[in-house]
Design a protein around this ligand. Structure first.
Ligand SMILES: [Zn+2]
Length: 321
């Protein structure tokens, strides 16, 4: 069953840029000499999965923290030039871009993951916004001046409050992925714009500091936020083994869907693959699995409307509000 798909988080271009500059072997197989052949997200896999929107991260790894602004702009420039070169891709900066797009096109939304790229100056967000950025996860796993990461438990700082104001002015989407629990709870209380978690799962199903606690999920639910499910094997329940003809990853992902839908609401679910940024559960390696996964969900008794909500409707509604 081919249903349009929105994916709230992937690291494709961030890794393309980093791997062109340096050692391919660090991220991929020893024998890899061609990054393109190891990309999960390509024009062809997006077409097969019927992706209508891929949110791509401006992420930099530790080696580039000394020149974060430069590296952030390098990734941004690469995303923009890929879009310009491709007949299939378009830059998505507003909900209406998505609604008006022809069926065979895929939108790319640009999102910051880790505010190192603005080098302690929230005003620079205006520049990134002008260049097409619409979503910001203030933290990756490193300490930043604004709010603690899930590995550094501090909350919102004074500088963080200035950041919230700036993001509100620019009407940017706040992404609490990778954020500390106290920081994210405070932000969900204070931030007046839209809030979601682009690539996180439920900690009640899989213990991990990167997954959301019950309090975080419940605050997100109250705020009308979304939880984009992460396909990373280490963020899913690895105890699930093969049980039928469907890949194990389908069952792992379904366990998260069932937990969040039954405890909170199906209306807060979305996908946040983390493709090209993690090792996924079996069967979830690239967007080509989406049509089979829709069949699997149908067999599990999930209605067509609910499948559509997870696949694209929830985010469309969230962005249009
Ligand atoms: Zn991430």
């Amino acid at each position: 069953m081919k249903i349009p798909v929105i994916d709230l988080h992937a690291d494709t271009y961030a890794h393309v840029v980093m791997n062109e500059k340096c050692d391919l072997k660090k991220y991929f197989h020893d024998q890899c000499t061609d990054f393109e052949s190891f990309r999960a997200i390509t024009n062809s896999s997006m077409k097969k999965g019927r992706m209508i929107l891929s949110v791509q991260s401006l992420f930099i790894d530790d080696r580039y923290c000394h020149c974060a602004l430069h590296q952030g702009l390098a990734v941004l420039s690469r995303i923009r030039s890929e879009i310009d070169r491709s007949k299939m891709l378009f830059l998505c900066t507003e909900a209406s871009n998505l609604a008006d797009a022809p069926k065979d096109k895929t939108g790319i939304m640009i999102a910051i993951e880790g505010l190192e790229v603005i080098e302690n100056d929230p005003d620079l967000l205006s520049v990134f916004h002008a260049l097409g950025v619409r979503m910001v996860a203030p933290t990756w796993n490193r300490p930043v001046a604004y709010v603690g990461s899930c590995l550094h438990g501090y909350g919102l700082t004074i500088k963080g409050r200035a950041l919230l104001k700036k993001m509100e002015q620019l009407d940017m989407i706040m992404d609490i992925s990778h954020m500390s629990e106290p920081g994210s709870l405070e932000i969900m209380e204070k931030y007046r714009g839209k809030v979601l978690a682009s690539h996180c799962n439920a900690r009640a199903v899989k213990e991990s500091s990167r997954n959301l606690s019950d309090s975080q999920l419940s605050a997100l639910h109250e705020r009308g936020g979304l939880c984009g499910l992460n396909y990373g094997q280490c963020f899913l329940n690895e105890k699930i083994g093969p049980s039928d003809e469907y890949p194990t990853g389908f069952h792992m992902l379904y366990e998260m869907i069932e937990h969040i839908a039954s405890r909170y609401s199906i209306d807060m679910l979305a996908f946040g693959s983390d493709h090209d940024g993690c090792t996924t559960g079996p069967g979830l390696e690239n967007p080509e699995f989406y049509p089979d996964f829709a069949d699997f969900l149908k067999e599990k008794g999930v209605s067509r409307l609910d499948i559509e909500k997870i696949y694209f409707r929830n985010f469309q509604g969230f962005w249009q509000k």
